[in-house]
Write a new protein. Structure first.
Length: 259
Protein backbone atom coordinates (compact mmCIF):
# COMPACT_ATOMS: atom_id res chain seq x y z
CA UNK A 1 0.00 0.00 0.00
CA UNK A 2 2.85 2.28 0.87
CA UNK A 3 4.45 1.57 -2.51
CA UNK A 4 1.20 2.40 -4.31
CA UNK A 5 0.89 5.74 -2.50
CA UNK A 6 4.49 6.55 -3.29
CA UNK A 7 3.96 5.70 -6.95
CA UNK A 8 0.81 7.83 -7.15
CA UNK A 9 2.57 10.75 -5.48
CA UNK A 10 5.46 10.56 -7.90
CA UNK A 11 3.11 10.17 -10.86
CA UNK A 12 1.15 13.26 -9.81
CA UNK A 13 4.36 15.22 -9.40
CA UNK A 14 5.54 14.15 -12.83
CA UNK A 15 2.23 15.13 -14.38
CA UNK A 16 2.36 18.56 -12.80
CA UNK A 17 5.97 19.00 -13.88
CA UNK A 18 5.15 17.93 -17.43
CA UNK A 19 2.16 20.30 -17.56
CA UNK A 20 4.28 23.20 -16.34
CA UNK A 21 6.91 22.34 -18.94
CA UNK A 22 4.32 22.31 -21.74
CA UNK A 23 2.86 25.65 -20.62
CA UNK A 24 6.33 27.15 -20.45
CA UNK A 25 7.06 25.97 -23.99
CA UNK A 26 3.77 27.42 -25.25
CA UNK A 27 4.40 30.74 -23.57
CA UNK A 28 7.93 30.86 -24.90
CA UNK A 29 6.66 29.98 -28.40
CA UNK A 30 4.04 32.75 -28.28
CA UNK A 31 6.58 35.24 -26.96
CA UNK A 32 9.06 34.32 -29.67
CA UNK A 33 6.39 34.89 -32.37
CA UNK A 34 5.40 38.31 -31.06
CA UNK A 35 6.57 41.08 -33.43
CA UNK A 36 9.37 43.33 -32.26
CA UNK A 37 8.09 46.25 -30.20
CA UNK A 38 4.72 44.58 -29.57
CA UNK A 39 3.20 42.86 -26.56
CA UNK A 40 1.32 39.58 -26.92
CA UNK A 41 -1.15 38.11 -24.45
CA UNK A 42 -3.83 35.43 -24.37
CA UNK A 43 -7.34 36.49 -23.43
CA UNK A 44 -10.04 34.83 -25.48
CA UNK A 45 -7.43 34.44 -28.20
CA UNK A 46 -4.10 36.02 -29.02
CA UNK A 47 -4.04 39.78 -28.49
CA UNK A 48 -1.21 41.67 -30.16
CA UNK A 49 -0.66 45.24 -28.98
CA UNK A 50 1.73 47.41 -30.99
CA UNK A 51 0.39 50.77 -29.83
CA UNK A 52 2.90 53.63 -29.58
CA UNK A 53 5.68 51.43 -30.92
CA UNK A 54 7.06 53.98 -33.43
CA UNK A 55 6.18 51.65 -36.29
CA UNK A 56 6.51 53.07 -39.80
CA UNK A 57 4.82 50.09 -41.45
CA UNK A 58 2.58 47.17 -40.54
CA UNK A 59 4.65 44.20 -39.24
CA UNK A 60 4.78 41.27 -41.65
CA UNK A 61 5.51 38.67 -38.97
CA UNK A 62 2.17 38.85 -37.17
CA UNK A 63 1.11 35.53 -35.58
CA UNK A 64 -1.56 33.77 -37.68
CA UNK A 65 -3.73 33.14 -34.59
CA UNK A 66 -4.04 36.88 -33.82
CA UNK A 67 -7.58 37.82 -32.79
CA UNK A 68 -7.12 41.42 -31.61
CA UNK A 69 -4.51 43.65 -33.27
CA UNK A 70 -3.74 47.17 -32.05
CA UNK A 71 -1.52 49.25 -34.34
CA UNK A 72 -2.77 52.65 -33.24
CA UNK A 73 -0.66 55.74 -32.48
CA UNK A 74 2.21 54.89 -34.81
CA UNK A 75 3.66 56.41 -38.00
CA UNK A 76 2.15 53.99 -40.52
CA UNK A 77 1.43 55.70 -43.86
CA UNK A 78 -0.07 52.94 -46.01
CA UNK A 79 -1.88 49.58 -45.91
CA UNK A 80 -0.39 47.28 -48.60
CA UNK A 81 -2.23 44.61 -50.53
CA UNK A 82 -2.97 41.35 -48.63
CA UNK A 83 -0.97 42.42 -45.56
CA UNK A 84 -3.48 40.64 -43.28
CA UNK A 85 -4.28 37.68 -45.55
CA UNK A 86 -2.97 35.02 -43.09
CA UNK A 87 -4.84 36.36 -40.04
CA UNK A 88 -7.97 34.27 -40.51
CA UNK A 89 -9.07 34.69 -36.87
CA UNK A 90 -8.71 38.48 -36.74
CA UNK A 91 -11.75 40.17 -35.21
CA UNK A 92 -10.55 43.64 -34.15
CA UNK A 93 -8.12 45.84 -36.09
CA UNK A 94 -7.18 49.27 -34.77
CA UNK A 95 -5.15 51.50 -37.10
CA UNK A 96 -6.27 54.85 -35.71
CA UNK A 97 -4.01 57.84 -35.04
CA UNK A 98 -1.44 57.07 -37.71
CA UNK A 99 -0.50 58.95 -40.87
CA UNK A 100 -2.25 56.61 -43.28
CA UNK A 101 -2.77 58.15 -46.71
CA UNK A 102 -2.98 55.13 -49.04
CA UNK A 103 -5.06 51.97 -48.80
CA UNK A 104 -4.46 49.50 -51.61
CA UNK A 105 -7.35 47.83 -53.39
CA UNK A 106 -6.83 44.41 -51.73
CA UNK A 107 -5.54 45.67 -48.38
CA UNK A 108 -8.15 43.71 -46.37
CA UNK A 109 -8.23 40.58 -48.48
CA UNK A 110 -8.51 37.53 -46.23
CA UNK A 111 -10.02 39.36 -43.24
CA UNK A 112 -12.86 41.39 -44.78
CA UNK A 113 -15.48 38.82 -43.80
CA UNK A 114 -14.12 37.99 -40.34
CA UNK A 115 -13.41 41.47 -39.01
CA UNK A 116 -15.96 42.84 -36.57
CA UNK A 117 -14.32 46.20 -35.85
CA UNK A 118 -12.05 48.30 -38.08
CA UNK A 119 -10.77 51.64 -36.81
CA UNK A 120 -9.18 53.97 -39.37
CA UNK A 121 -10.07 57.23 -37.66
CA UNK A 122 -7.66 60.14 -37.18
CA UNK A 123 -5.52 59.51 -40.25
CA UNK A 124 -4.81 61.37 -43.51
CA UNK A 125 -7.02 59.41 -45.86
CA UNK A 126 -8.48 61.51 -48.68
CA UNK A 127 -9.73 58.76 -50.96
CA UNK A 128 -9.56 55.00 -51.43
CA UNK A 129 -10.03 52.57 -54.29
CA UNK A 130 -13.72 51.85 -54.86
CA UNK A 131 -13.12 48.14 -54.08
CA UNK A 132 -10.97 48.68 -50.97
CA UNK A 133 -13.78 47.77 -48.55
CA UNK A 134 -15.51 45.13 -50.66
CA UNK A 135 -17.15 42.36 -48.56
CA UNK A 136 -16.17 44.16 -45.37
CA UNK A 137 -18.59 43.11 -42.60
CA UNK A 138 -16.97 45.13 -39.82
CA UNK A 139 -18.23 48.31 -38.27
CA UNK A 140 -15.76 50.78 -39.69
CA UNK A 141 -14.68 54.01 -38.03
CA UNK A 142 -13.28 56.40 -40.65
CA UNK A 143 -13.99 59.80 -39.08
CA UNK A 144 -11.44 62.61 -38.74
CA UNK A 145 -9.86 62.08 -42.13
CA UNK A 146 -9.55 64.79 -44.85
CA UNK A 147 -12.00 63.04 -47.17
CA UNK A 148 -12.56 64.19 -50.75
CA UNK A 149 -16.26 63.63 -51.41
CA UNK A 150 -16.85 62.30 -54.91
CA UNK A 151 -18.46 59.39 -56.75
CA UNK A 152 -15.79 56.91 -55.57
CA UNK A 153 -16.41 57.68 -51.89
CA UNK A 154 -20.15 57.36 -52.48
CA UNK A 155 -19.63 53.89 -53.98
CA UNK A 156 -17.29 52.87 -51.15
CA UNK A 157 -19.75 53.82 -48.43
CA UNK A 158 -22.61 52.07 -50.20
CA UNK A 159 -20.61 48.84 -50.25
CA UNK A 160 -19.96 48.88 -46.50
CA UNK A 161 -22.24 47.00 -44.11
CA UNK A 162 -22.91 49.91 -41.72
CA UNK A 163 -22.66 52.57 -44.39
CA UNK A 164 -25.30 54.90 -42.90
CA UNK A 165 -23.61 55.11 -39.51
CA UNK A 166 -20.20 55.45 -41.16
CA UNK A 167 -21.34 58.12 -43.62
CA UNK A 168 -22.78 60.20 -40.78
CA UNK A 169 -19.27 60.67 -39.37
CA UNK A 170 -17.56 61.53 -42.66
CA UNK A 171 -16.91 65.24 -43.17
CA UNK A 172 -16.01 66.47 -46.64
CA UNK A 173 -12.67 68.26 -46.48
CA UNK A 174 -13.01 68.87 -50.21
CA UNK A 175 -15.66 67.90 -52.75
CA UNK A 176 -16.40 67.78 -56.46
CA UNK A 177 -19.01 70.39 -55.58
CA UNK A 178 -17.43 73.31 -53.72
CA UNK A 179 -20.58 73.99 -51.68
CA UNK A 180 -20.25 70.57 -49.98
CA UNK A 181 -16.80 71.26 -48.51
CA UNK A 182 -16.93 71.24 -44.71
CA UNK A 183 -20.29 69.44 -44.63
CA UNK A 184 -21.14 65.85 -43.61
CA UNK A 185 -21.05 63.44 -46.53
CA UNK A 186 -24.65 62.38 -45.86
CA UNK A 187 -25.88 65.91 -46.57
CA UNK A 188 -23.79 66.13 -49.73
CA UNK A 189 -25.08 62.79 -51.00
CA UNK A 190 -28.67 63.80 -50.24
CA UNK A 191 -28.29 67.05 -52.18
CA UNK A 192 -26.88 65.44 -55.30
CA UNK A 193 -25.96 62.03 -56.66
CA UNK A 194 -22.21 62.53 -56.99
CA UNK A 195 -21.93 59.69 -59.51
CA UNK A 196 -24.25 61.45 -61.95
CA UNK A 197 -22.42 64.76 -61.97
CA UNK A 198 -20.10 63.95 -64.93
CA UNK A 199 -23.09 62.82 -67.02
CA UNK A 200 -25.05 65.94 -66.14
CA UNK A 201 -22.05 68.13 -66.89
CA UNK A 202 -21.69 66.45 -70.29
CA UNK A 203 -25.40 66.94 -71.00
CA UNK A 204 -25.18 70.62 -70.10
CA UNK A 205 -22.09 71.07 -72.28
CA UNK A 206 -23.83 69.37 -75.21
CA UNK A 207 -26.93 71.51 -74.71
CA UNK A 208 -24.87 74.71 -74.62
CA UNK A 209 -22.97 73.65 -77.74
CA UNK A 210 -26.17 72.87 -79.63
CA UNK A 211 -27.70 76.17 -78.56
CA UNK A 212 -24.56 77.97 -79.75
CA UNK A 213 -24.72 76.32 -83.17
CA UNK A 214 -28.45 77.03 -83.45
CA UNK A 215 -27.86 80.68 -82.61
CA UNK A 216 -25.13 80.92 -85.24
CA UNK A 217 -27.38 79.38 -87.91
CA UNK A 218 -30.28 81.69 -87.09
CA UNK A 219 -27.96 84.70 -87.05
CA UNK A 220 -26.57 83.74 -90.47
CA UNK A 221 -30.06 83.28 -91.94
CA UNK A 222 -31.20 86.64 -90.60
CA UNK A 223 -28.05 88.32 -91.92
CA UNK A 224 -28.46 86.65 -95.32
CA UNK A 225 -32.12 87.72 -95.64
CA UNK A 226 -31.39 91.29 -94.57
CA UNK A 227 -28.43 91.50 -96.92
CA UNK A 228 -30.54 90.26 -99.86
CA UNK A 229 -33.30 92.71 -98.97
CA UNK A 230 -30.79 95.54 -98.92
CA UNK A 231 -29.35 94.47 -102.26
CA UNK A 232 -32.84 94.20 -103.77
CA UNK A 233 -33.76 97.66 -102.46
CA UNK A 234 -30.63 99.18 -103.90
CA UNK A 235 -31.23 97.49 -107.24
CA UNK A 236 -34.82 98.76 -107.33
CA UNK A 237 -33.71 102.28 -106.50
CA UNK A 238 -31.12 102.05 -109.26
CA UNK A 239 -33.77 101.02 -111.80
CA UNK A 240 -36.03 103.85 -110.72
CA UNK A 241 -33.23 106.30 -111.12
CA UNK A 242 -32.75 105.42 -114.83
CA UNK A 243 -34.28 108.07 -117.31
CA UNK A 244 -37.41 107.06 -119.28
CA UNK A 245 -36.93 106.55 -123.11
CA UNK A 246 -38.82 109.20 -125.22
CA UNK A 247 -40.45 108.38 -128.63
CA UNK A 248 -39.26 110.39 -131.65
CA UNK A 249 -41.91 112.05 -134.03
CA UNK A 250 -40.67 110.36 -137.21
CA UNK A 251 -40.95 106.95 -135.53
CA UNK A 252 -44.63 107.61 -134.85
CA UNK A 253 -45.29 108.63 -138.51
CA UNK A 254 -43.61 105.51 -139.86
CA UNK A 255 -45.85 103.36 -137.73
CA UNK A 256 -48.99 105.13 -139.05
CA UNK A 257 -47.91 104.67 -142.67
CA UNK A 258 -47.36 101.00 -142.31
CA UNK A 259 -50.81 100.52 -140.86
Amino acid sequence: MHLVDLWLTRSLSMCLLLQSFVLMILCFHSASMCPKGCLCSHSGGLNVSCSNANLKEIPRDLPPETVLLYLDSNQITSIPNEIFKDLHQLRVLNLSKNGIEFIDEHAFKGVAETLQTLDLSDNRIQSVHKNAFNNLKARARIANNPWHCDCTLQQVLRSMASNHETANNVICKTSVLDEHAGRPFVNAANDADLCNLPKKTTDYAMLVTMFGWFTMVISYVVYYVRQNQEDARRHLEYLKSLPSRQKKPDEADDISTVV
